[in-house]
Design a protein around this ligand. Structure first.
Ligand code: PLP
Length: 403
């Protein structure tokens, strides 16, 4: 039968990550996948999560098993407000916090709230597929802005603000970007904010990774610079407590918050209360900063092994993006490389990194590169996987005469 799919879903298709998953599924012994952006399970505080979950379901049974507050648990909102002010310098007393089912729900809500058919959203030319696909799903156009080694290119951002019509917001992942791993320096954050003020645009700042820092000093979020109520901040506990809990949040000016609450009500009524309360206990009753240190200590050997292996094995015509934290490294393909052909070659070498077309607002013109997530695997397997990827890259150079 002709199912009569709506125009807005006609373009949607399976992400490239599923191709890698299929290889992994067929030969889990021999294939090494760097595809899924999963936390490292063995580094998570699972015992504490189990203990807290038992306590919460026993003591707050009715509260967590009945419908809950649409906008989220109020104590959790207070704990978030307090911690993000103390640690990240976000002081937004007039903003409200909407607890969401993962940060992903805010990525869905953003175009739902702001994008009409044909409207444009500016984002880095290599950005997170969750927002790219969501904008397309609302019949908007994600428009890529050039990126430098240290994040979004300010001149190109201004050019796009001058020339692209109907820009509804600028979407950015300024810290440990997914997929590039890169962190935008403070000066550039200020410049982005100033441009948003100059051209009267909203910024949506997605920040799920900034608490996973291995080296260097924290950089304040753009939201902490906001004096004109033009930054929506997205947070998540997926990378710091547990992705499976699906708890994230949106901190936004009241008018945006109110539209967000109404739209969330249609989606899932409320984020599971049990999960919200687990996050509350983590923030309020444990030493959250200490938990983060332990998590990072578990990831550091993986991050180091990956960085060292990339430096040691990758052919010199590849550029390795600087990642001081987060879950990802990104390697830029050399000039003239056909990323799709390189993708075929890596699969033949039994290794799976995700090509940049999966993160491109316009996948027919990918910026060129591959993302690898290093947290789920062991340092030994990470090194082996990179050796294979480097061997595929060498093969490409020989086969296609690339220098
Ligand atoms: C940049 C970015 N934003 C948002 C999300 C969504 O995270 P979650 O829904 O698990 O909070 C992710 C997940 O990987 C991400 O990388």
């Amino acid at each position: 039968m002709d199912y009569g799919f709506a125009q807005r879903v006609l373009q949607s298709k399976q992400p490239l990550i599923r191709v890698i998953d299929r290889y992994m599924h067929e030969d889990p012994e021999n294939f090494i996948s760097f595809a899924e952006g999963n936390p490292g399970f063995e580094c998570m505080a699972t015992d504490k999560i189990i203990e807290i979950a038992k306590q919460v379901i026993t003591e707050d049974t009715a509260e967590v098993l009945l419908y809950g507050e649409n906008s989220g648990n109020f104590e959790l909102k207070d704990a978030i407000r307090d911690r993000w002010k103390r640690v990240k310098g976000i002081d937004a007393p007039d903003d409200d916090i909407l607890i969401t089912t993962g940060g992903q729900q805010v990525l869905y809500l953003s175009p739902r709230l702001f994008v009409n058919k044909g409207d444009n959203v500016l984002m880095e030319e290599i950005s997170y597929a969750g927002m790219i696909d969501s904008v397309k799903g609302f019949e908007g156009n994600p428009v890529g802005v050039k990126v430098d080694e240290d994040g979004i290119n300010i001149e190109d951002l201004e050019k796009k603000l001058q020339t692209v019509p109907n820009v509804k917001y600028i979407y950015l992942i300024p810290t440990f970007n997914n997929p590039t791993g890169v962190t935008l320096p403070l000066e550039k954050r200020k410049a982005v904010y100033e441009l948003a003020c100059k051209y009267d645009k909203l910024i949506i700042e997605d920040d799920p990774y900034s608490d996973i820092r291995y080296t260097g000093d924290p950089v304040p979020p753009i939201k902490s610079l906001d004096v004109e109520d033009r930054v929506v901040y997205i947070g998540s506990f997926s990378k710091t407590i547990a992705a499976g809990l699906r708890v994230g949040f949106m901190m936004a000016p009241k008018a945006i918050y109110e539209k967000g609450v109404a739209a969330k009500g249609i989606l899932d009524a409320n984020t599971p209360m049990l999960n919200e309360k687990i996050c509350l206990h983590f923030l309020r009753d444990l030493d959250f900063e200490e938990e983060l240190k332990k998590l990072c200590a578990g990831y550091i050997p993986k991050w180091k092994a990956t960085g060292d292996a990339l430096k040691k094995y990758m052919p010199s015509n590849w550029k390795i993006a600087k990642a001081e934290g987060g879950l990802f490294y990104f390697v830029r393909t050399p000039e003239g490389m056909d990323e799709a052909k390189m993708f075929e070659l890596e699969l033949q070498h039994n290794v799976g990194l995700v090509p940049s077309s999966a993160f491109s607002p316009d996948p027919t013109h990918p910026a060129g590169g591959f993302r690898l997530c290093f947290t789920p695997d062991t340092p030994e397997r990470l090194e082996e996987g990179i050796k294979r990827f480097a061997a595929a890259a060498e093969e490409y150079n020989e086969k296609y005469g690339l220098k």
